[in-house]
Ligand binder design. Structure first.
Ligand code: NAD
Length: 511
């Protein structure tokens, strides 16, 4: 049984069928867009973008507010569809797929004008007497948005808010595992009165994604796995177009001896099990200083035992969204067991449920020889390792090919910030888990294998623009740079100028 399988096609396009991971029942079929379909969508998007780029920020913002209104009005439809597609817990669906997108749409609608306002920086030194500079944020054109299955609505709407406010059009290729959420997003953009073709969806699998990269797009905004990210990055490099890669992670949590252990235990369980552990900044490795290890493990174990897992009614930990991910989770658990890990809670597929459910799990006695501590597991697993002190914790945390986020738990916030700074990660939190993505003022993105470039905040918004400097004479008709014919007198003058402007400390201070 596969959550995405080939279906019979009556036309020229490959057809796929999607199943619900919660019930294993089919939920619908869809055609994969061909390279021609994709090129056509990009061409139409380019036409739509020309008009969109003419609108000022207030006018663009009105569309985003109208879309936000649609999300609010249709939140039950969103929640119901996302649960059908992914089997995620209802709370996860509301927090991630409704609240977070509304917050992003509102934030960028409100703030893009401030972040993308053209600037007039003063030019330093002698050039400042002659020239003036203006920096403008120019839309790139058509953005190809390629998204994964763990946050199908959020990861459509959050980048969309940024790309659109920056004046671009979008063609999105959603994951084949969650093919219908983006269609609902499309429906909502239509109801919000978006110009036709400004936002389009091309469905399909990796082939369609690759076709989007090869089409005439001006940027690729990719969120997904490291392996695919490398391919997308290489293809963009060939085309010499900009790209951002938001990739996988293996976030470490460091629990210091002075941590509030109740809060840290709650953070460990939430961070590891939220969204079934399918969260790029999910807590995947926990390093606990020896003095508080036993007490911490006890608290985490008690909390994890209380988690409910159900395919009907109230549930804390939802289904694993994809059978391929279930295989990875099970193989990491098998490997950990074989190498001596101790499973205190769960550790297996839930035998009482028909769908793809993995029990919330606590594992101790883990080592860096195990896949569970080195490769992205993306499951509801709390993996805990005892360390001698904070130094060992930092060194273990940094012993990873990934570098997305990390977190430090201590009652001494300043110490926490100092330790967090030493993590080789894109971002880090003190006494909380993966909150950075939800703080739109903050840039978000990984280092090492976790990605390239940053999204969100002013930097993210500007990454959807070409930052263009414009220069002109400061007053009236200035002098043209250089000037033929070259003469000895002119050259001597220039050498004198070098001495005058840079030859003394005082002169350098003024320059
Ligand atoms: P994936 O790489 O398998 O697929 C992502 C998207 O790329 C899908 O739409 C897929 O169809 C498409 N694709 C596949 N092959 C392609 C190709 N050759 N060219 C272009 N597109 C192609 O990832 P996934 O399994 O869908 O998502 C899970 C991964 O995403 C995890 O590693 C997770 O950590 C990561 N993720 C990262 C972030 C972040 O912000 N850093 C956020 C969410 C998820």
């Amino acid at each position: 049984m596969a959550i995405v399988e080939a279906a019979e096609s009556s036309g020229p396009r490959r057809r796929l069928r999607a199943l619900s991971p919660a019930t294993l029942e089919p939920i619908g079929e869809f055609d994969c867009a061909t390279p021609d379909d994709v090129r056509g969508a990009v061409e139409r998007a380019r036409k739509a973008q020309a008009g969109w780029a003419q609108l000022d920020f207030d006018a663009r913002a009105k569309y985003l507010y109208a879309l936000c209104q649609q999300v609010v009005a249709r939140q039950d439809d969103i929640i119901e569809l996302v649960i059908r597609e992914t089997g995620k817990a209802r709370n996860d669906a509301i927090a991630m797929e409704v609240f977070a997108p509304c917050d992003a749409l509102t934030f960028y609608a409100k703030n893009a004008k401030k972040f993308l306002r053209s600037e007039k920086p003063r030019i330093h030194g002698v050039m400042g007497f002659m020239k003036k500079l203006r920096i403008i944020y120019k839309p790139l054109g058509v953005v190809g948005l390629i998204t994964p299955w763990n946050g199908p609505v959020a990861l459509s709407l959050v980048p969309m808010a940024q790309a659109l406010m920056a004046g671009n059009a979008i063609v999105q290729k959603p994951s084949e595992v969650t093919p219908f959420s983006a269609l609902l997003v499309k429906e909502m953009t239509e109801a919000a009165g978006f110009p036709p073709d400004l936002y389009q969806v091309v469905q399909g699998d990796g082939e369609t994604g690759a076709a989007l990269v090869e089409a005439d797009v001006d940027k690729i905004s990719f969120t997904g796995s490291v392996a695919t990210g490398r391919k997308v990055g290489a293809a963009c490099a060939q085309r010499l177009i900009p790209f951002t890669l938001e990739l996988g992670g293996k976030d470490a949590m460091i629990v210091c001896a002075d941590a509030d252990l109740d809060r840290a235990a709650q953070g460990a369980v939430n961070g590891s099990c939220m969204n079934t552990g399918h969260y790029c900044c999910g807590t995947e490795r926990i390093y606990v200083v020896g003095d508080v290890y036993d007490e911490f493990v006890e608290k985490v174990t008690a909390r994890t035992r209380e988690l409910r897992q159900s395919d009907v009614g109230e549930s804390d930990v939802g289904a694993v969204f994809w059978d391929e991910q279930m295989k990875i989770i099970e193989s990491h658990m098998d490997d950990a067991r074989a190498k001596g890990a101790n499973v205190l809670v769960g550790g297996r597929r839930n035998p009482n449920l028909k769908g793809l459910y993995f029990e919330p799990t606590v594992v101790t006695d883990v080592t860096h020889d195990m896949d569970l501590m080195t490769r992205e597991t993306f499951g509801p697993i709390v993996s805990i390792m005892k360390v001698a002190d904070e130094e060992e914790a930092i060194s273990r945390a940094n012993d990873s090919e990934y570098g997305l986020n990390g977190n430090v738990w201590t009652t001494d916030t300043e110490k926490g910030l100092r330790l967090a700074e030493r993590l080789d990660t894109g971002g880090a939190c003190v006494n909380d888990m993966a909150i950075t993505y939800g703080i739109h003022e903050a840039p978000f993105g990984g280092v090492k294998a976790s990605g390239l470039g940053q999204v969100n905040g002013p930097i993210g918004l500007r990454s959807y623009c070409h930052i263009m400097p414009l220069t002109a004479d400061r007053k009236g008709k200035g002098k043209v740079q250089g000037g033929y014919p070259y003469t000895r007198k002119g050259e001597d003058g220039m050498q004198k100028a070098v001495k005058i402007f840079f030859g003394t400390r005082l002169a350098r201070w003024f320059s």
